[in-house]
Design a protein around this ligand. Sequence first.
Ligand code: SAM
Ligand code: ZN
Length: 334
Amino acid sequence: MRRSHFEALQPVCPLCRAPLALSSIERGDADDVLEGIVVCAGRDCAREYPIIDGIPIFVGAIRTWLAANPLQVLLRDDLSAPIESLLGDVLGPGSAYDTLRQHTGIYADDHYGSGGGAALRVLARGLDAAHELAGPALDAGCATGRTTFALAERTNALTVGIDLNFAMLRIASQALRAGRVRYARRRVGVVYERREDDVTLPARERVDFWCCDAAALPFGGATFGVAASLNLVDCTPSPAEVLRELGRVMRGGGTALVATPYDWSASATPVEGWLGGHSQRGPHGGAAEPILRALLAEEFAIDREVASVPWRVRLHDRSAVEYDVHLVVARRKG
Ligand SMILES: C[S@@+](CC[C@H](N)C(=O)[O-])C[C@H]1O[C@@H](n2cnc3c(N)ncnc32)[C@H](O)[C@@H]1O
Ligand SMILES: [Zn+2]
């Protein structure tokens, strides 16, 4: 965690909104804490939040989150490719290990691999349509983080990428701190190729990555001038809460980019939380777009919409999903 970001963003406890303070540094230095502890100054709360691999974990429900995802944090990433491959065979398809390896590989490959860049293109469409790009900037649901660097480059401002998947953020953190990414790219079945690449990234000095829930952000109100939420809302339990939270942390006049393919699945979002995609006999005939517009209208004025932006997600050598993403550029009221 970069001290510059901690001081500029003045994070608050995601549970009680009291200020947070750095209480110990176990690895790293005062400018970049690689391992340490941040505590909540609220007397009745006093929660402790760990920093691991340079990434602070500001998750209020940290017990539930870590219990559900121990592998994301505890998985070692120093194994040779053959041993990693053997473990993958033994644990097999559908195991937590296989899901994590596949999931991180998909985004690392799009963000840093030679054939990718789909998320970067969605971001660029949004930034090109935006009127105002004054920081600080937030990339909500940044995954492996390449769009966060692009956001920092375009806004020329302090930028933070947040995600709830620690394994993805570890790749982002390695890109930031070592200028290198290592991930497994799925070829077929449980066959993966190890990719290790040096990456030259723009605006590295302005970027940091934090592990947070987009529905309970560790920021005070009116912190950000720009916020991007690319392909995030349909992956969260409560899209409406995520949109409200974006509104809360944004400054009046600030620009929000919201892109989503509305690819609903009950495993990520209970059906009641879907924006459209159900209630076909209702006023919008089940359409998602009017509901996104209505939710945004609580805090934002919509500046511009692009009905369909291509976003291709590669799954393996012979499979990819082609999405048409709905992109909205909105301005925070006030
Ligand atoms: C479909 S991916 C898109 C990633 C990236 N923005 C892109 O377009 O390449 C959705 C991301 O949202 C993250 N995510 C899901 N729920 C989240 C939440 N409640 N808070 C923060 N991130 C979340 C996932 O871990 C994943 O990295
Ligand atoms: Zn607290």
